[in-house]
Design a protein around this ligand. Structure first.
Ligand SMILES: Cc1cc2nc3c(=O)[nH]c(=O)nc-3n(C[C@H](O)[C@H](O)[C@H](O)COP(=O)(O)OP(=O)(O)OC[C@H]3O[C@@H](n4cnc5c(N)ncnc54)[C@H](O)[C@@H]3O)c2cc1C
Length: 319
């Protein structure tokens, strides 16, 4: 184990982790960022709805965030996966896939979530492009196309009505008999939404483009964009092993971490920001959460540090 005890280890360098590291670096806190490099929107062509960066390629956005951190000598970025962790004498000890063990007073989890979508042929390779989970992220790119909403559950009607803001041609695909009341059907009909109750076999089209929905009866329906339901899950058991507790399942996340408004988890000294603890996952919200959590981390370090308030220039972050 290195002889450094970091003020904070940030696990994950997506929007939340990079935002937190920037605030921590500017506050001159000795910060280690450990990142496995699998931000959830990397597959998308662009990030939709992010002020100042609208439509920017995710990989470029993350590279720019990393580059900004280079100005702050107390921040170190490391490419690895944190594979184990426990409470140590001064806070936490984390072990990474590169074999390193690092100690930190405080830990901020910014590990994102695993987005799980329906396991139908053709969806995985188009997810984040012509098949999408969030109209606010991707609706603009498929506007005015023939759109579909795949949803077997009660949320289908709401999502189909929502998607009408982006297209006049929306079909609710219920993948079997629709669980809709007569008044729901009337409401959808009044909004011009069609209902197709055939069982869905998969989606078709060249490469990442979507041209049609295929049904198990052999039929097809032309479609240029498909909204699918997702459920977000923890990517690993790390948070639980460090003592964090998950909230009850929400409308998007199955097991987002329970945090207070300051992004503190239920485990002392452990913070969680971004999708990992989000009710409304988005890049903008992850940036905001990372920034808030980092400011609270700095305040907590101040309470704990007493006479060690100022960074000691003789002990910069290790190379
Ligand atoms: C396909 C798709 C498209 C999207 N498009 C948009 C959009 O257009 N606009 C928008 O606002 N939102 C969009 N979102 C949502 C948005 O991507 C997320 O809300 C946002 O990326 C969350 O940021 P985060 O930092 O919390 O997590 P992430 O971006 O997922 O970053 C987490 C990082 O932590 C790392 N990590 C995880 N576990 C460990 C570990 N144990 N050790 C080390 N590192 C670890 C991961 O590898 C990853 O690099 C999209 C999501 C998806 C899935």
């Amino acid at each position: 184990m290195s002889d450094t005890t970091w003020d904070c280890i940030v696990v994950g360098a997506g929007a939340a982790g990079l935002s937190a590291a920037l605030v921590l670096g500017r506050a001159r806190r000795r910060t280690l960022v450990i990142d496995a490099g699998a931000q959830s929107n990397r597959v998308a062509h662009g990030t939709g709805g992010l002020l100042g960066q609208d439509g920017r390629r995710p990989a470029d956005f993350y590279a720019a965030g990393r580059a900004e951190l280079a100005a702050y000598p107390t921040v170190e970025l490391r490419s690895a996966e944190v594979v184990a962790g426990k409470r140590g004498e001064a806070g936490f000890v984390l072990e990474s896939s590169d074999g390193s063990r690092e100690a930190a007073r405080l830990v901020l989890l910014a590990t994102g979530m695993d987005y799980r979508f329906p396991a139908l042929p053709g969806i995985a390779e188009r997810f984040g492009r012509s098949v999408f989970h969030c109209p606010f992220c991707h609706g603009w790119e498929v506007r005015e196309r023939r759109l579909g909403v795949l949803d077997r559950g009660a949320t289908g009607m709401q999502r189909a009505l929502l998607l009408r803001f982006w297209s006049d041609d929306v079909t609710l695909l219920t993948d079997g008999p629709a669980e809709l009341e007569a008044e729901d059907r009337d409401r959808l009909a009044a909004a011009g939404v069609q209902i197709d109750e055939r069982h869905v076999a998969g989606v078709d089209g060249p490469v990442e483009t979507l041209t049609a929905i295929a049904f198990t009866d052999g039929g097809t329906r032309a479609c240029g964009g498909l909204l699918v339901p997702v459920t977000l899950h923890q990517r690993s058991t790390l948070a639980g092993r460090l003592g964090a507790v998950a909230s009850a399942a929400g409308h998007v996340a199955a097991d987002a971490l329970e945090v207070d408004p300051m992004l503190r988890t239920t485990a002392s000294g452990l913070f969680a920001a971004g999708d990992v603890s989000a009710k409304m996952p988005s890049v903008a919200n992850a940036i905001a959460a990372g920034s808030t959590a980092a400011a609270v981390v700095v305040h907590d370090l101040m309470s704990e540090a007493g006479d060690r308030l100022v960074s000691d220039p003789r002990h910069p972050a290790p190379a």
